[in-house]
Design a protein around this ligand. Sequence first.
Ligand SMILES: [Zn+2]
Length: 592
Amino acid sequence: MNKVLALFTFLAPVLLAAQTTPYFQQQVDHVIKVTLNDTDHELDAEITTTYTNNSPEVLNEIWMHLWPNAYSSAKTAMAKQQFRDGNMFMFYALAKDMGGIEGIDFKVNNSTVAWRFDEENPDIAVIILNEPLAPGSTLEITTPFKVRIPSGEISRLGHVEESYQITQWYPKPAVYDRDGWHAMPYLGQGEFFSEFGTFDVHITLPGNYTVGATGDMPLDADNEAEINRLDKLDRDTRAYFRVIEEKGLDFSNNNEFPESVDWEKTLHYHQENVHDFAWFADKRFKVLKDSVELPHSGRFVTTWAMFTTNEEELWKDASKYLNKSTYYYSLWNGDYPYNHVTAVDGTISAGGGMEYPNVTVIGESGSAFSLDVVIAHEVGHNWFYGILGSNERTNAWMDEGLNSFNETRYLIENYEGKDLGLLSGQLSSKWIERLDLTDFEYRWIDELAYIFPARFGADQALQCHSDEFSSINYGAMVYKKTAAVFGFLRQYLGTERFDTAMRAYFSEWKFKHPSPGDIQASLEKSSGEDLSWFFEGWIKSTEKNDWAIVKVKRTDHGTEVKLANRGGQSSPVEVVAFAGDREVGRVWHEGG
Ligand SMILES: [Zn+2]
């Protein structure tokens, strides 16, 4: 709790703008040139950030995130959070396992400027502008920087030997919006909030690395050879699996790193309307390239799977999962607006997978089902995080929760009729037996996960700061309760009305920063319903829904039942009538 208060105190630089300020959004475009040194595990880079002030305020300073410094000592906000959760790695880590960003020398419009680190957080800095930045004006921030790449054991930026996961790696401005500056330290539990813009990135590295990254590879002189190389890797991978299948051979288990070649190549990536740029480099990657036709526009999106031999017997089907998830998320929420969706196989410490625009990294899965789940979930974040760029640190339910709702729907769509015991892979068979869950249907998985802590009174409202959730509740509330209650809302509105409303929300807020109030207003406008019972009751409170049938009376027309609301919610309730096993009718009763 003290920690949380400290974080909020830190947000003191927030300039509380008047609530009546119309929505605006800063434009932040980056040009980055970076070289990977895979002997010393370092990046050597320079960045030019063009910052346009679309706010009505004059800016005297620009708050910057230098998130590689979250890995620089055991005193950072991330290290303290890990310590609180019982993870001592950073306290005992060797210097070579730690990371950081060095050599920063900010210039604004080519002039030296004063800048300083935040007093509490070495991964936050503020540039004090020589001249104020007027509304509608643009400035250019440049700096060289070096990144010491930490051990992949710690969090999402790191390397495991010569496998590189390069995320949250460059200096970038914090979001400035109607509520002021949102400077925040990097955390493992608690994600991101960044400005949309265009990224133009050149990556130089030894010639035998394969890279999965945010952005398209324009067909220019830099990229031509690499585009051909990737196509050849796809053909080679298909031939390899074909031979294994035809000859009944075992999958390879050689996962050693080949030597880096002594020549370098430079790859060029370009993407508009994204709020982050991540890249993953490995010399061992096999590659599968495929494509999927989007349901609304009929446009084709390229899908890439890049993986090592570690779980190649599962990854041979990864294109199918990528294509299906891209299709269904587009169908339900709106077509994917970019040109490629890429999943890379990587060993990360931050759980099953992690999302970045266009590209996602997937940890070890253990089963085909788990790989499908994680790929679908991480691909889905392109919508709930990537395109709808809500503040994940303070409103995690808007990305993790809405994404989990779609994930469950995707699984039901693709694995209909299977029970939990067959599907989960998460619960041990002992628990499935003890809880008598062998016939449990997957569609109740989210409600089940929410009900456990809720019955003990250990639940927390969805509208909490990420760092305020216990780690169990971060999963059980943010992911699962949100998924369960949006499943409830879909049932209440009906699938067609719900999907229409979600697609309207998507088209109204894509490439923007929707707040909880914005999604509520959008869903209310398109559904024509007052949904305050949903947002006040289910999102902002821990009140329970607890309806009982207290009286049943036969009448000339059928059966009359009297309901009592024993919970604290004003949520509506659906009453379903059965004759034996046969459903004979259902009706919604408005709450109160
Ligand atoms: Zn997620």
